[in-house]
Design a protein around this ligand. Structure first.
Ligand code: FAD
Ligand code: NAD
Length: 486
């Protein structure tokens, strides 16, 4: 097969959740499609991110809930069964095998090529296959890049000698470290600190700056998560930057972490949860005049900007719009439809919320942070509204006062903030913090994407006694503070 070539309508590079969905949609549009993958079908999400991390967190959150339920406290007040949690994690990570995904691709008539793909000039991808051959794939209509991201490690001297944990080691570990240092204060950091603390580690979080945890969200979210982590015994240190790391020689050697506080910390493992870098360093971007290692900037139909002919698309993490699986899959659904329509010479339906427009990327990106308490947010935060000069009414409500929350747990603590556009009277943002709030998020997402006037939301009656009655309380608060309702 050395030097062989094939022609398809669409070539997709990278089979994470975004790439798989793109190939699915282009195939459904009647276009011959091939996908190239050099590790496992399902990408980071299935094997080293969403699935295994949520599997580690689920027992921790269920136990925290049970500890607040009268009658269960004594039964739940015991350490987690670590081997059982790891076995659950292994199942949720499909034992790091992708046979089911390969069968699924087959069932949707998408060809699979395993190997490292690189762009090679217009519409061409050259794959170095596992057995040392090369295969050239030419696309008649489009190439979609969905190569995802990896942990962005800071440039600390000697870091590679320390064998630091990234999301990969944290989600696939076989042992719980006695002492875990976590660098960063974003989503990966808080989720993994929560999981490993519950599994028995002594966790220290080293967070640079004083802007709090989860600092792209409403500040009360990070504050409540900080309080809960500290109450669980996590040492959360703000304003602390790591200046050096070294590992003692030999098996089981500990890590010595120097910080700008002048203090040294000793840990068994150190996790860098310091953001993501695009996997574009070695995908042939230079053959198109683009810069290797850059994020791929796209227009609202996911075409990479600055590429003549408009045949190159990028979906998922690699375009840096919203680094979440569900959003990458949304982008893939839209981009697949766009590629299909353009291949047929059809006009695009690209007005706001049109079938070929990426409106949700800017208006309604939902995210759940699976900490204790959970954080569920969609749309604008109050800081976003202030920055953009958008006039909104900010409505806050203490979720602990809702009958459903009182039923849910003793001493329930939670807070909701809903942003209502002052001119249009529609919801434009919502943040819920508290146990069990993850399932509230879709209602807020529907309210935003549907641009439902609050007068109509008033008729959407939440069941008693559920936590979703917070919607009713938020609308009453809005009304009582001068907002127009019925
Ligand atoms: C610890 C952690 C937990 C997370 N939890 C959640 C969560 O709960 N919910 C959520 O929505 N998001 C979560 N995320 C984010 C989520 O993992 C990403 O948004 C998602 O994986 C992005 O999907 P993708 O398809 O763009 O890229 P990826 O999943 O990174 O997939 C890219 C694929 O491309 C392949 N590839 C790369 N280069 C090449 C090449 N040259 N040739 C061939 N193949 C190539 C890779 O091997 C990989 O399979 C989490 C992230 C982390 C780190
Ligand atoms: N539940 C979920 O939806 C979920 C879970 C995990 C991750 N994700 C996604 O994955 C992406 C990556 O998560 P993340 O937590 O790695 O990134 P992030 O951008 O959320 O947080 C990175 C953190 O690292 C800090 N940081 C960056 N460089 C640093 C340095 N050199 N030294 C010290 N601190 C540094 C930042 O200040 C920030 O606190 C996010 O966009 C997130 O949305 C989603």
């Amino acid at each position: 097969m050395n030097g062989s070539s094939r022609v398809y309508d669409v070539v997709v590079l990278g089979a994470g959740p975004a790439g798989e969905n793109l190939a699915d949609r282009t195939s459904a549009a009647g276009l011959t499609s091939v996908i190239v993958e050099n590790e496992l079908l399902g990408g980071e999400c299935s094997f080293w991110a969403c699935e295994p991390s949520k599997a580690l967190l689920r027992p921790a959150l269920a136990r925290a809930d049970a500890l607040r339920v009268p009658g269960l406290r004594r039964a739940a007040d015991a350490p987690l069964d670590v081997p059982a949690v790891f076995a659950h994690r292994d199942r949720m990570a499909f034992h790091w095998k992708d046979d089911d995904q390969a069968d699924w691709l087959d069932s949707i008539s998408v060809d699979l090529v395993r190997g490292h793909g690189r762009l090679d000039g217009p519409r061409r991808v050259v794959v170095g296959t596992a057995d040392g051959d090369t295969l050239s794939l030419t696309a008649r209509h489009a190439v979609g890049v969905s190569t995802g991201t990896r942990t962005a490690l800071p440039g600390l001297p000697g870091l590679d000698q320390v064998r630091p944990w990234t999301n990969r080691e944290a989600t696939s570990a076989r042992q719980v470290p006695d002492r875990l240092a976590v660098v960063g204060g974003g989503v990966v950091a808080v989720e993994m600190a929560t999981a490993y603390r519950a599994l028995g580690s002594q966790v220290t979080m080293l967070v640079r700056g004083h802007r709090g945890l989860l600092n792209r969200m409403e500040p009360f979210a990070g504050d409540m998560v900080t309080d809960a982590l500290r109450a669980a015994g996590v040492d959360v240190r703000f304003g602390t930057s790591v200046t050096g790391v070294a590992r003692e020689a030999g098996p089981g050697g500990t890590v010595r972490v120097e910080t700008d506080e002048g203090e040294a910390l000793v840990a068994d493992e150190i996790l860098f949860a310091t953001g993501r870098a695009p996997r574009t360093g070695d995908i042939g971007l230079e053959t198109l005049g683009l810069t290797p290692g850059d994020w791929l900037t796209v227009d609202d139909s996911y075409r990479v900007t600055g590429v003549p002919g408009g045949w190159l698309y990028a979906v998922g993490d690699v375009n840096h719009r919203a680094l979440m699986t569900h959003q990458g899959k949304y982008q893939a659904r839209i981009a697949g439809g766009v590629i299909g329509a353009r291949a047929e010479g059809r006009e695009l339906d690209d007005g706001m919320w049109g079938a070929h427009a990426s409106t949700a990327d800017s208006a309604a990106v939902p995210q759940v942070v699976f900490t204790e308490p959970e954080v569920a947010a969609v749309g604008l935060t109050s800081q976003d509204a202030e920055r953009s000069g958008r006039r909104v009414r900010v409505v806050d409500y203490d979720i602990g006062r809702v009958a459903g929350a009182v039923q849910y747990a003793d001493g329930y603590r939670g807070k909701a903030r809903v942003l209502i556009d002052a001119e249009r009277g529609t919801v434009v943002g919502a943040t819920f913090v508290g146990p069990g709030t993850q399932e509230l998020l879709y209602s807020a997402t529907v309210a935003i994407a549907g641009e439902i006037p609050v007068e109509r939301l008033w008729h959407a009656v939440p069941a008693f006694p559920t936590i979703s009655e917070v919607w009713l309380r938020v609308l009453e608060t809005y009304r009582d503070s001068g907002g127009t309702l019925i």
